[in-house]
Design a protein around this ligand. Structure first.
Ligand code: MRU
Length: 346
């Protein structure tokens, strides 16, 4: 099954509304950069690579709306779109990577017509989209050999087709291992508080008939202690230059547990998730989200009024806890600054 997380249809961007999954499967349309930024902020679309692709289309939409206007107006509208999209979510660096690429394309098309610039920006957004699928397939090809036949694989959050343009990063490794004939099974952590594991990873695995067992996050240690997990594979939202990795809140806990139980802990991510400008994990901005996600869910409240709440959406796993980083350029074991630099050919 091919999940089309985002698609360009009739001059509009369409996104699977991930807030409704798995109960409803529907697309919502975005027609300008502001609507696109809101869709990212409100989690219609989420997952680092998917956010990057979406932002690129958000810029393209705005360019299309203003194509034919005078250059100064067109440029001002584009600048506003870069700003509003950059403010949508802070942690996934793919967002800023995609905006930077669109900004560069805009700068390179300044001497031509605004129509030509809008067309070039749309072509680049489409290319970023197509490339992401290919990159995930390459991550899957490199990662599949690390997964043994019969492996019971724990994953956290959703780093699947829904978090990317297709195939997925962590779930891409799992899909590719299955496609290589390995009889694997998945343990999906529920992923409190937003339930990406229960709602999205479980849904993706069920769609594809990959055996999946859903557990709450606090069951991970028990399962590892009982010898019921062979390997952990997760995605990433931002990887610092030394390999420290920000991913969904709770990933760090799983990494510590994996080390304690001598279980390999793999991070699967594209190079666009590596932020070479940040030396280590301390510099990674961590999104703080609405307390309502912790005090209840979809209108139901279970915590008392007046309680204070912390809701950091991501945590940082130190590089020392990562067995290997799986990228489209290959696998680096025990990632560090030098090995990560070598990925970029520097
Ligand atoms: O808050 P979310 O749902 O956007 O967080 C997503 C994650 O943390 C994923 O694990 C990460 O983006 C990897 S995506 C392939």
């Amino acid at each position: 099954m091919q999940v089309e997380t985002l698609r360009w249809r009739d001059g509009r961007l369409e996104l699977i509304d991930q807030r409704r999954l798995p109960l409803e499967f529907d697309y919502v349309a975005c027609e300008d950069a502001l609507q696109t930024a809101r869709a990212i902020r409100d989690m219609v679309v989420r997952g680092a690579p998917a956010i990057g692709c979406t932002a690129a289309y958000g810029v393209a939409l705005e360019a299309q709306r203003h194509a034919g206007e005078a250059r100064a107006q067109f440029d001002a509208a584009l600048e506003a779109s870069f700003q509003v999209l950059a403010e949508s979510r802070p942690t996934a660096v793919n967002l800023f990577w995609a905006i930077a690429r669109m900004r560069q394309c805009h700068a390179q098309t300044r001497s031509g017509s605004t129509q030509a610039a809008a067309e070039a920006l749309l072509q680049l957004a489409k290319q970023i989209h197509i490339d992401d699928i290919e990159i995930n397939r390459a991550i899957g090809r490199h990662g599949a050999p690390l997964i043994a036949d019969g492996a019971r694989i724990m994953t956290h959050c959703n780093a699947g087709a829904l978090a990317t343009a297709g195939h997925g990063t962590a779930l891409g490794v799992i899909r590719s291992a299955r496609d290589a004939g390995k009889r694997i099974s998945v343990v999906a952590n529920e992923t409190r508080p937003y339930l990406q594991g229960a709602r999205l990873t479980a849904w993706e695995m069920v769609q594809e008939n990959i055996p999946v067992t859903l557990v709450t996050d606090n069951m991970a240690g028990h399962l590892m202690q009982q010898g019921r997990i062979d390997v952990v594979v997760v995605g990433a939202d931002r990887i610092a230059a030394n390999g420290d990795t920000a991913n969904k809140i709770g990933t760090y806990t799983v990494a510590v547990l994996a080390e304690r139980h001598r279980i390999p802990f793999y991070v699967a991510a594209p190079l666009s998730t590596i932020d070479i400008a940040i030396p280590d994990g301390r510099g990674i901005p961590i999104e703080e989200r609405d307390p309502a996600e912790v005090t209840g869910f979809r209108g139901m409240r279970w915590a008392p009024e007046g309680v204070s709440v912390a809701n950091p959406a991501f945590d940082v796993t130190p590089a020392a806890l990562i067995t290997a980083l799986i990228t489209e350029r290959g696998v680096i074991s025990r990632p560090d600054a030098a090995k990560i630099r070598s990925l970029f050919g520097a």
